[in-house]
Design a protein around this ligand. Structure first.
Ligand SMILES: Cc1cc2nc3c(=O)[nH]c(=O)nc-3n(C[C@H](O)[C@H](O)[C@H](O)COP(=O)(O)OP(=O)(O)OC[C@H]3O[C@@H](n4cnc5c(N)ncnc54)[C@H](O)[C@@H]3O)c2cc1C
Length: 292
């Protein structure tokens, strides 16, 4: 039976509110914040020859990460072990959790280690029980179900994580009608991240997702694409979708700076920058391109 508070006498209303506050679990609080907060490395798993999955526990095990689709978070070393650049400034880098924003108690990152980088080697040096500092979430593309007819995601290497956050979310909403193509390029087959997850998503959403892998150094018998992503690759990928036009079609790009520049034009610092590269040569315009 549902009680209507307004129908109760004041003293009973108070008692009823107290009863509900004692019996109804409070909604989980977002763990991410607008200042850096230390999270503890709870588990680390080797993913492939240069990438690991890091599981970081929140200080409050009942809280969630939080954050809109799509978002990233900033990661840096904690106060007592700072990683700095040549001018002595703290270095922080953006990452996209591969765990859902509503996962309780922890978040997970897949990070590729650049031996000569700053934050990825710091993460690779951490032992279980040690800490990294997190800030955010920072909103990226504000995704709305069915707003687009088609999304074409072009990712390189570890640039796949924002695409996973976006597309896995979009496909999980059954009334969302947006159709997707993912073109995902890597150097070797071993470098492909989240392959099992992508193949499972494509198999369970055959009408909504097509996944196309491309390799610079394919193994013998490789049936996917080879070489860098070009205007011809994009034209071919777009054929997997029904014809659509204007701002109902959007390209999402994330990858190494050279690839972003060649496919969509370089980003301008934190800003999108002009559309360039292969997408400009195909006639796509600013409203049709989002660079993570
Ligand atoms: C929105 C977003 C989400 C991301 N999500 C992820 C994610 O989930 N997982 C992930 O692995 N990465 C992700 N990244 C990339 C991540 O932010 C870092 O760029 C990456 O981890 C490298 O950081 P680093 O500090 O280790 O290396 P950096 O210090 O940035 O160096 C990277 C490489 O560039 C070289 N380099 C650095 N400076 C120069 C220079 N001046 N000239 C020439 N070469 C140079 C270094 O030697 C090294 O090889 C994301 C990026 C964005 C923008």
């Amino acid at each position: 039976m549902r009680l209507h508070l307004a129908a109760l006498k004041p003293q009973h209303r108070q008692l009823s509110k107290l009863f509900y506050s004692m019996t109804t679990p409070s909604p989980p609080v977002d763990s991410l914040r607008d200042k850096f907060t230390d999270f503890t490395l709870a588990e680390v798993k080797k993913y492939n020859h240069n990438s690991h999955v890091y599981k970081f526990a929140f200080p409050d095990s009942t809280s969630i990460g939080g954050g809109a689709i799509t978002h990233c978070i900033m990661v840096r070393a904690p106060e007592d072990g700072k990683v700095v650049d040549d001018s002595g400034k703290d270095v922080a880098r953006p990452y996209t959790p591969v765990s859902s924003a509503s996962t309780v108690g922890y978040l997970e990152l897949i990070v590729k280690t650049y031996e000569t980088g700053k934050i990825s080697p710091f993460l690779a040096s951490l032992k279980v029980g040690e800490k990294a500092a997190f800030k955010g979430p920072f909103a990226k593309f504000p995704y709305k179900a069915s707003e687009l007819e088609q999304g074409i995601a072009i990712a390189g290497g570890s640039g796949i994580t924002p695409m996973y956050q976006l597309i896995a979310h979009a496909l999980s909403a059954k009334d969302d009608t947006t159709k997707w193509v993912l073109v995902y390029s890597n150097v070797t087959e071993e470098d492909i991240l989240l392959r099992e997850e992508w193949d499972a998503l494509a198999a369970s959403n055959p009408d909504r997702l097509t996944v196309i892998y491309s390799l610079d150094k394919p193994p013998a018998g490789w049936t996917g694409l080879t070489g860098f992503i070009s205007a011809a690759t994009i034209t071919e990928a777009a054929k997997a979708l029904p014809p659509s036009a204007g701002e109902k079609v959007k390209f999402f790009i994330c990858g190494p700076p050279g690839q972003v520049a060649a496919v969509a034009g370089a980003k301008d610092g934190g800003k999108q920058g002009a559309v360039g590269g292969a997408l400009a040569s195909l006639g796509y315009e600013a409203g049709q391109v989002f660079k993570f």
